[in-house]
Design a protein around this ligand. Structure first.
Ligand SMILES: [Ca+2]
Ligand SMILES: [Ca+2]
Ligand SMILES: [Ca+2]
Ligand SMILES: [Ca+2]
Length: 385
């Protein structure tokens, strides 16, 4: 690194399901947060959290989540606000519910997703004669200019053949696309970083090094370094503190999405349950983890969803819509306080209400707050039957 402090916080996603020291499941659609001041990287957005954000997109009674996440970037929020997931762009591994793996989408504040830039737009700009478009790496250069990489080689585009290891620059204001760096350039940076390497295979994630004009990225191979973060600084280097071993994966995997984020983007408490359906009037155990040890936790449950960035910050979003009632606070008035244990975990048994007459099922969103740290957890949603 030359004169730029090494970044401390990143959001990432893995290519395959893996495990972290504090997360027995880290799925390929999960987002994990690596805060180098924390002892472990942790799951930040679980499958459960995605289901809460998406809801039941196709009304089949099952909550939905993205078909893998293979690209993420953070757009600066307006007016210098603390960034949240609402300021992130994503791409998925595969098509899902009418959305394409080459689409760039954001979370919709009313549930589901919104396409910001569609695969069809990029297809029209490139007009490939062979290969299908799947964006697998995404970074923001400036407000209108995206840097992307594709998951597959394309033949005969208006720019000629495009390789999955190339980095493209897409000016969305003028609809100009250029090849910014070729796979051979990326290969050279990796060769220099690790002293000669086998073929990198594919460029799988891309982000900008904060405070510099340099790019940071991950590649498919070599296996010992496919979760290491490289940069094009000084002709190619591994970013200090971001070697594969720093992620502490308990099961070998690659990083297929990476985005350095500001230090204000912090780890939320994460909620989970073992069940997807709950019977009205019955109790359900909610697990809370990644809290600060011995902090007091409390929460809100409601039947409406509205995503809103919240001044209480961290990367927390307010998810339960307080204007769409009824809402309940937890723990209930006659229950004990919920305190996180030494590992930052706690359990809470939520007793579900009865369904109103004539209503066969209802969705209930749960969200906790760290009362001492004043930060929203990631949410879960359950179907009450
Ligand atoms: Ca992934
Ligand atoms: Ca569904
Ligand atoms: Ca994709
Ligand atoms: Ca690629």
């Amino acid at each position: 690194m030359q004169g730029v402090a090494s970044p401390t916080h990143a959001l990432a996603s893995t290519t395959s399901d893996s495990r972290l020291p504090q997360d027995s499941i880290c799925r390929d659609e999960a987002l994990l947060l690596h805060d180098r001041n924390d002892r472990w990287p942790r799951v930040h957005t679980s499958q459960h959290a995605w289901m809460s954000y998406f809801g039941d997109m196709d009304d089949d009674g099952l909550f939905d989540y993205p078909a893998g996440i293979d690209a993420i970037c953070l757009v600066a929020p307006p007016n210098g606000a603390v960034p949240t997931l609402l300021d992130c762009y994503f791409s998925s591994d595969r098509d899902f519910h009418g959305y394409k793996d080459g689409d760039i989408f954001t979370l919709s504040t009313s549930g589901g997703v919104q396409v910001v830039f569609g695969e069809d737009e990029l297809h029209a700009l490139l007009q490939p004669s062979s290969g299908t478009i799947d964006i697998d790496a995404l970074a923001i250069w400036s407000a209108d200019i995206l840097r992307i990489s594709l998951a597959n080689n394309l033949g005969g585009t208006l720019l000629g053949d495009i390789s999955d290891g190339d980095i493209l620059e897409w000016d969305t204001s003028t609809n100009g696309v250029t090849i910014l760096a070729t796979e051979a350039d990326v290969q050279q940076w990796v060769d220099q970083a690790v002293g000669g390497a086998s073929a990198i295979g594919d460029l799988k994630s891309l982000t900008m090094l904060p405070g510099s004009n340099s790019m940071a990225f991950t590649v498919q191979a070599p296996t010992a370094d496919d979760a290491s973060v490289y940069s094009d600084e000084a002709g190619g280097s591994i970013v200090q503190g971001w070697h594969e071993s720093d992620w502490q994966f308990q099961q070998s995997t690659e990083l297929d999405a990476l985005c350095f984020v500001p230090t204000t983007f912090k780890q939320p408490v994460v909620l989970s349950t073992d069940v997807a359906y709950v019977q009205a009037g019955h109790g359900v155990k909610i697990r809370l983890r990644h809290a600060e040890p011995s902090h007091q936790l409390a929460g809100i449950a409601g039947i409406g969803v509205h995503l809103k960035a919240h001044w209480r910050g961290r990367s927390g979003l307010a998810v339960v819509d307080p204007l769409f009632g009824p809402i309940r606070l937890w723990p209930a008035a006659n229950q004990e306080n919920i305190l996180a244990d030494a590992s930052g975990a706690a359990d809470y048994v939520a007793v579900m209400p009865q369904l109103p007459p004539g209503i066969p099922a209802m969705k209930v969103w749960f969200q906790a707050m760290d009362m001492d740290g004043c930060s929203w957890s990631s949410p879960i949603v359950l179907r009450l039957e």
